[in-house]
Design a protein around this ligand. Structure first.
Ligand code: PMV
Length: 323
């Protein structure tokens, strides 16, 4: 019998964003999305079977409590009901980057958790099944299972699929951290608030569909300029929808806007770089692999930037130990 599993998953950043859920259980996205897995941003999760007691969950050296503990136990209960695991567990999970600050820590977190849980099963789960399982924890986690450039469609029971393996992608990202505090409004709450109150929500859904199709084409033709331009436009459309929510949902701060303007300036100077922004103030820059160091240097000099993390594409979630 398996008693201990350790897994690792990479975070991913969407080029075409998932923002809004369809009705139904298990995080059914209202928009199709496409993302890049990041090799340098990882979650490692260890699960040990316990003989008795309650589940113990330690995230970044702190015991989970309150809502976050309840949500995780609900997820574990679901896995117990389906027979994937049995009995209480001790779970230790660590991110090597800021948690809940718009850097997709829930993506790598739930992808690592689902992968580690699957390690207790006698049968190896397919990537599609694992992606379904990760999605039930957090929508974006479905894409951290497959890594590289992954597409995550809408539908009744969607899973992510790999579009392009990491070694075939000639560009990467620089994560620009301007604030590493946890955000006040989670993506889960924020997207529901937008769905219910933003006058632009319907248009956002329509635009996201069109952007998804265009992005698939741009990836197919390996057109980095189109990939970058579409990523910026899609992120700004999502933020317009958020900002127009009532009351408004503004995840940006002044440094976020300064970076957007700096990127435009660097591009005019001949450096091919684009930005995208998740549900937080941090900005993620995209550039060709050979330009990543230069982009990181420039970003570091913007006032208000605390850390920059350059990263090449990362691969799928994996089991590191099973005993
Ligand atoms: O999976 P969640 O609930 O963390 O939502 C992800 C939302 C965004 O990061 C803003 C967009 C995305 O597609 O990752």
């Amino acid at each position: 019998m398996i008693r201990r599993v350790i897994s690792r998953a990479h975070s991913n950043i969407a080029l075409i964003k998932y923002w809004g859920k369809r009705s139904g259980e298990g995080n059914l996205p209202a928009t199709p999305s496409i993302s890049l897995g990041l090799r340098e941003l990882t979650t490692e999760t260890e699960i040990q079977k316990q003989t008795s007691g309650k589940d113990k969950i330690i995230i970044n050296n702190t015991a989970a409590s309150g809502e976050s503990y309840k949500n995780l136990v609900r997820y574990l209960d679901y896995c117990r009901e389906t027979g994937l695991i049995s009995g209480p567990l001790r779970i230790t999970s660590n991110n090597n980057f800021p948690t809940q600050a718009g850097l997709a820590s829930s993506a790598s977190g739930y992808a690592a958790l689902a992968t580690a849980l699957s390690g207790f099963s006698e049968k190896k789960l397919s990537l599609t099944k694992l992606s379904h399982l990760a999605r039930k924890g957090s929508g974006s986690a479905a894409r951290s299972i497959t890594g590289g450039l992954s597409a995550f469609p809408t539908g009744n029971n969607p899973a992510a699929r790999l579009l392009l393996a990491p070694e075939k992608i000639p560009w990467g990202m620089v994560v620009v951290v301007v604030d590493s505090q946890s955000k006040a409004i989670s993506s889960r709450e924020g997207m529901e608030h937008s769905r219910l109150t933003s006058p632009y929500y319907k248009n956002w859904i329509k635009q996201a569909d069109a952007d998804y199709k265009s992005m698939l084409k741009a990836i197919n033709t390996e057109d980095f300029t189109a990939i970058g331009e579409l990523s910026e436009a899609n992120a700004l459309a999502m933020h317009c929808c958020m900002i127009a929510s009532r009351p408004s949902l503004i995840y940006w701060n002044n440094t976020t806007v300064d970076i957007i303007n700096s990127v435009k300036g660097w591009r005019k100077d001949g450096l091919e770089v684009y930005f995208t922004i998740d549900a937080g103030p941090n900005v993620i820059l995209m550039g060709n692999k050979e330009d990543l160091a230069k982009i990181a240097q420039r970003a570091e000099r913007v006032k208000g930037v605390t850390t920059v993390i350059p990263s090449i594409p990362g691969g799928q979630a994996e089991i590191l130990l099973r005993e």
